[in-house]
Design a protein around this ligand. Sequence first.
Ligand code: 0O2
Length: 217
Amino acid sequence: MKLFKDYKNYWDYMQPYRSAVNLVKAKLEGIDDELKCEHGYSPIHQIQSRIKSLESIEEKIERKHYSNTLDSLKKLYDIAGLRVICHYINDIQYISQLFIMHEDIHLLKTVNYIDYPKESGYQSLHLVVEVSIYCQNGLMKIPVEIQLRTIAMDCWASLEHDLLYKNKRAISKDIQDELKECAKRIALTDLQMQRIYQKVYQEKRKRRNNHQSNEKC
Ligand code: 0O2
């Protein structure tokens, strides 16, 4: 039995989820813009968003053994999804803390795959939040999954997603180990890039201070 009558039925049903994605995206862009104005630094490299595809919703409902009814959609927290790709690893916590401080954002769940990477090697910070969407039928509470990761983590996850995660065929343990090894190296690179950024920032500040004290003399 099909969950939705047809594609139009699915698309119409997704309307409040699209509004939820737009709302969260605007908030994240606002945080980035504010930081750029105040500190001249924009921590967000890119924001991607998507509404879970019809096939992916049906696959998940079947995999989780939920009943094949529209009511089961309430159990899926990742229908509305955003991916926030940050420059440096420290940006991830910073952005997420500023975001969940918003009074109209209700944090439901945090999964920290950065401090505790998945068995595959996957690293990201996942937040599930609930937002209020006002529709013609009244107020709806919509869950939104936000994945925060660095550019380097995103590179690994994007490639691994098709190579292994969504690849239904069995992949040898050697290849899985090799991918895990890449994830570990990427984690080290992220830490090194963070240190380099801090050194560059300190040097710039020192030069600016020297310049200002020379001007005063
Ligand atoms: P889509 O809809 O195809 O874009 P689930 O794993 O789905 O039963 P849950 O609790 O949401 O349920 O899982 P999880 O692992 O917290 O989050 C799932 C999403 O995280 C995936 O979405 C991926 O985007 C990402 N993800 C999780 N594990 C891995 C991994 O090992 N490798 C990669 N590349 N991505 C991962 P989908 O399934 O792609 O959703």
